[in-house]
Design a protein around this ligand. Structure first.
Ligand code: CRA
Length: 823
């Protein structure tokens, strides 16, 4: 092989000069050579692509070096397996990581361009539904910032989470064609494609005197990796996110095409490509669809093959696999990876079953993200057997051996065996149980959630596997959700306590003493006001909405779900409205509030969609009523996403975290708001509990039943109508809806919502209503004292450093992964 001799070829890859001149030169080069246009004829999209390419160029040398280093050091790394990554826009984040934001700004001005105009061209990759997907994005940011070798594996959906519009107040979904203009951040590597098989049957064969099993699949697809840079913050590190795209193995059939059957010629291609076509828009509830299982197996099989066959050196001894990798299962979606690794080790690499099982158990760990029993994935055995016959056999054997061990320990307790079996009585595969049996650790995502997971969802497993269960409370990246989203607050913090807090968020504690400093408080308030004006501008441009700048901004943004109780929030709004229009209070007795909602409903979730309709209906009545003018306003901008969150969160005064206790596993929006100086009104649920403990009861509006009380009421028998009778405000609010006051007199439109609440109310909104209204009165009282409010808001910021995803990652490393950073 020829050796390089040129000095440039011998030197490490060079980044362009980190100066305005260097940036301008590189930007124009990318515009000319990369886009094939001159500055004078370029479109906004050309300029966005050239800018992104320029940022990439600055990161490239570090990325190539990190990839090289991770391969040569061969230390243990994390392979994070997640069906979702809700990344948000990349440009600002990547600019921030390089520390070149100001230089880029100046460079563009020097080219006669405005960074904001170019920014606006970016379409966010919405490759996730909500909290779980956004969490994965925060985690890979923190792993890069901590310098931990890791790869995020997932799916490159051609269409991400749907774009939401409202037509007559009702949700209408549109395809999210985020790739329509291409993406400047991805690097396709078709030469590194993996083949993923499906269907067929299994057979035994004689392998030199040993009987072995093999899978004879019926069809294959190609998994083509697309790499994305995941830069650490100011540490010169760049990790990789690798998303798989499905392609047909042999493209279209030219023979059939020539014979004139065009559709048939591309059928295989279309079928294969459907696998990565679209994200399932379900949040917290699984979709038992064959295509979904195909998606799951597709990305997990490709990822395991990538790691085992391409990343590891060819002579690697697989007995040592646990020293090189931990596959983290982000909920049950990638759990099919467990039988897949067994299949690879036993069938492909020739290991003995027991040895393979030893290895597999050390190589996986499982994070559960829910408590809703209906949200735990279960696959019918016949579906699994049809699609992945070998995997079904492997699961049965794992289950047989597991149940044998249970019998050994507890005797032939058939009730217990039935409860613990990975295969349910009706023959379905319980993926959470499989993950628990196979995982070296199982964790919940907040203290309360982990406790309930052990005590209520998987108690038998907790008893059987002492020490397997642990907690890692979720976190959020302060780079995106404080520094980028809230530059004003970031500047104030740095001016007050100095730099360095963005990677050491506990340092926010140093702000505590300034809560009593009048000058700091007024600076803090000024930041909040400025953020409200930024939001007002955004909503005006984006949706034609107006935001008053003297209102308390009361925000509830999250997926639309009955357990999250958007209806409880609505009942509060209706109660306030009713109090004014019925003359029981005068408008000036009401704190002026703007209520902001953001929420997408799963397209098949009829009740959630009806609640969206109701929010819009209440909004238009309230907003059009001159009697409440200047006092109450309801805003529901459509298509809530990461980009909009970055505007809403820093502007909020009040954060609504009002799920029924015991239902929200953690929540992560709650953390973002508190870190940006909003006060929380919330139940004792998920991470709210930890937020309240940290910020203190005086700086948090707690209301509602705690989880044991919920369980108690459930056991005694819950009759929502009792609560309607007991609270006149509540019965009036419900009556207003039933009377058709928000549906032009047509009582039938929202009848299903009211009747569901008064007869079933599965998430006990009515039981918590009275206490919720009382807590809102405490909100009003504190808000009336701006100094006291601001003090509480500052203490929220100062005491929430714990919720950095850097801390979450350290906890995973210490308790589960044991993957030290490489320096
Ligand atoms: N829907 C939980 O409901 C949690 C996130 C991230 C969720 C949230 O309370 O903050 O996960 N669960 O841990 C989930 O997706 C499949 O379960 C969520 O995002």
């Amino acid at each position: 092989r020829l050796q390089p001799t040129h000095p440039i070829a011998l030197a490490p890859v060079q980044a362009p000069e980190p100066t305005v001149d260097g940036f301008v030169t590189q930007f124009l080069r990318n515009l000319n050579n990369g886009r094939g246009v001159a500055l004078s004829t370029s479109t906004a999209n050309d300029r966005y692509f050239a800018l992104a390419a320029t940022v990439r160029d600055y990161l490239m040398a570090r990325w190539l070096e990190d990839v090289r280093r991770q391969r040569t050091i061969q230390s243990k790394g994390v392979a994070y397996l997640s069906a979702e990554y809700l990344l948000g826009r990349q440009l600002d984040n990547n600019l921030l990581a390089t520390g070149l934001t100001d230089i880029a700004d100046e460079a563009l001005v020097a080219c006669g361009l405005d960074l904001d105009d170019v920014r606006a061209m970016e379409v966010e990759p919405g490759l996730g539904n909500g909290g779980l997907g956004r969490l994965a994005a925060c985690f890979i940011d923190s792993l890069a910032t901590l310098g931990v070798p890791s790869v995020g594996y997932g799916i490159r959906y051609e269409y991400g989470i749907f774009r939401q519009t409202f037509v007559d107040g009702q949700q209408v979904e549109q395809a999210d064609s985020w790739l329509a203009l291409g993406s400047p951040w991805e690097f396709p590597h078709p030469e590194a494609a993996r083949t993923v098989s499906f269907g067929g049957h299994t057979e035994t064969y004689d392998d030199g005197g040993v009987t072995r099993t093999r899978w004879v699949p019926a069809w294959n697809v190609l998994a083509v990796p697309y790499n994305y840079m995941v830069p650490g913050y100011h540490n010169g590190r760049v990790n990789t996110l690798r998303l798989w795209s499905a392609q047909a193995t042999q493209g279209f059939d030219l023979r059939v095409f020539n014979a004139g059957d065009y559709q048939e010629a591309v059928r295989a291609q279309t079928y294969a490509e459907n696998i990565s076509k679209v994200l399932y828009p379900e949040d917290s509830t699984p979709q038992g669809k064959e295509l979904r299982l195909q998606q799951q197996y597709f990305f997990v099989a490709a990822s395991i093959s990538d790691f085992v066959n391409l990343i590891l050196p060819a002579d690697f001894d697989l007995a040592n696999l646990p020293d090189r990798v931990i596959f983290q299962l982000n909920d049950t979606h990638p759990v099919i990876g467990v039988p897949e690794l067994m299949r690879v080790l036993v069938d492909e690499k020739g290991l003995e079953w027991d040895a393979a099982w030893q290895i597999t158990q050390q190589c996986f760990a499982y994070t559960c993200h829910t408590l809703l029993p209906e949200a735990l994935e279960v696959w019918p055995a016949d579906l699994l057997g049809r699609l992945l016959p070998r995997h079904l056999e492997i699961i049965y054997r794992i289950n047989d051996e597991f149940l044998e061990a249970v019998r050994e320990r507890f005797g032939d307790d058939s009730e217990r065996i039935r409860r613990m079996s990975i295969v349910s009585p009706d023959g379905a595969i319980r993926m959470a149980y499989l993950a628990t049996v196979a995982g070296s650790k199982v964790n919940g995502v907040a203290e309360l959630h982990s406790q309930l997971l052990r005590e209520k969802v998987l108690p038998d497993f907790d008893e059987f596997y002492p020490g397997k269960f642990t907690n890692v409370t979720n976190g959020v990246t302060p780079r995106r959700f404080v520094k980028l989203a809230n530059p004003g607050l970031s500047r104030l913090i740095t001016d007050t306590i100095g730099a360095g807090w963005l990677t050491d968020l506990d340092r926010l504690r140093e702000l505590e003493e300034y809560a009593d400093d009048a000058e700091f408080r007024s600076a803090f308030r000024a930041v909040k006001s400025a953020n409200k004006r930024v939001l007002a501008r955004t909503l005006a441009e984006r949706d034609g909405l107006t935001v008053a700048d003297d209102h308390l901004l009361d925000v509830m943004v999250k997926r639309l779900h009955e357990y999250k109780r958007q209806t409880l929030k609505l009942l509060h709004i209706i109660t306030e409205y009713d109090a004014i229009v019925s003359g029981r209070v005068t408008p000036d007795q009401v704190t002026p509030r703007t209520f902001v909602f953001g929420a997408k409903a799963a397209p098949g979730y009829a009740m959630a969609k009806r609640i969206i309709h109701l929010i819009n209906a209440v909004g238009s009545v309230v907003n059009d009523d001159p009697r409440v003018e200047g006092r109450l306003k309801v805003l529901f901008p459509p298509n809530y996403n990461v980009t909009l969150a970055e505007r809403i969160v820093p502007a909020a005064d009040l954060s609504e975290q009002i799920s029924l206790a015991g239902k929200e596993a953690s929540g992560t929006g709650n953390m973002k708001f508190a870190l940006n100086g909003a006060l929380t009104i919330g139940t004792d649920d998920g991470a709210n509990v930890e937020i309240r403990e940290l910020v203190g009861d005086d700086n948090f509006f707690l209301f509602g039943m705690a989880e044991p009380e919920v369980a108690d009421l459930q056991a005694r028998g819950y009759h929502p109508i009792d609560f309607v009778r007991a609270d006149e405000n509540l019965s009036r609010a419900l009556e207003l809806i039933s009377s058709g006051a928000f549906s032009g007199g047509d009582a039938s439109v929202f009848e299903p919502v009211v009747s569901n609440l008064t007869h079933h109310d599965p998430f006990m909104a009515l039981a918590d209503y009275t206490d919720y209204i009382a807590a809102q009165k405490r909100v009003d009282a504190l808000y009336a004292d701006q100094d006291a409010w601001t003090r509480a808001a500052i203490l929220n910021v100062a005491r929430c450093g714990f919720f950095s995803s850097d801390r979450s990652m350290r906890d995973y490393i210490d308790r589960i992964w044991h993957t030290p950073p490489i320096l």
